[in-house]
Ligand binder design. Sequence first.
Ligand SMILES: Nc1ncnc2c1ncn2[C@@H]1O[C@H](COP(=O)(O)OP(=O)(O)O)[C@@H](O)[C@H]1O
Ligand SMILES: [Mg+2]
Length: 270
Amino acid sequence: MTSRYEAAKSVFVDSIDIDDYIELESSLSAYNQLLGSIEKPLKMILLFGRPGTGKSILLNRLAQNLKYQKEIHYFEIPSTDKREFFYKLFKVLTKKDLPKNTEVNFSALVNYCKKLRGKREIIILLDEAQMYTPQMMENIRLIADSRAVKFVVSLHQTEDEDLIAKEHFQSRIWEVIELKNASFTDFRDYVHKKLLKKNFFEIANSIKEREMKKMFAFTKGNYREANKLLFTIFEICEYYDKNEPSKINYTHLPQRIIEMAGLKLGYIHA
Ligand SMILES: Nc1ncnc2c1ncn2[C@@H]1O[C@H](COP(=O)(O)OP(=O)(O)O)[C@@H](O)[C@H]1O
Ligand SMILES: [Mg+2]
């Protein structure tokens, strides 16, 4: 027998699917900020925030929405291999593949970009930029100096990386957009809308305010943590649904199940 919770669980598998994007107050404000910034004569824009605050999905949305109006490119996971990165840049800038076994001549590429100034405006979205080496960041800066290419640099902010990030990017021509964990209202909207989008009306309604607050307390409004928690909650529901249906309340998700999930994920300790 399949359980409805099995399908509900899959709603919270962590993924970057632009069709699953949800308009939230904070993401809309960050999106508009980003849109405003790329219209300004800036060379670089920094998108900053802890893991799981929605940076990647925001960049994907931007690339998707602007693809018919602008030359916009999303660079996903960076290769720490300089050669591979230059290949990718070369292709985007020249619209040509580099012949095999040829090295990109970096200063020629910079000169090429300088000639593009005023003719083309290319936007490159660099996700996970903390993985680029300082040397690669320097190369990126040189390309941005041509003013034909604008970079949106997305950076994970972690406890011990805060300083490095700030120092490295301090002196630059940045405009900084910061993404934060969700507010309670955004968190609640996120959980409800994710479920409603896939037609899980009853399940969405079964999550009441008190339980929502508990989830928010566990996850602190981090979207990735929210995905993990909801997945685990529905996993437990699925088990009960199949094995001990008396332990489940279909109209009111029990607080106890949220606590069990919290325990499993280490938000609380027994
Ligand atoms: N506005 C949103 N709409 C839909 N899902 C979102 C939204 N913001 C965040 N998420 C979800 O949260 C998860 C983490 O977001 P992500 O963009 O990967 O964060 P980051 O890149 O900052 O680590 C994504 O897998 C996605 O499922
Ligand atoms: Mg990301």
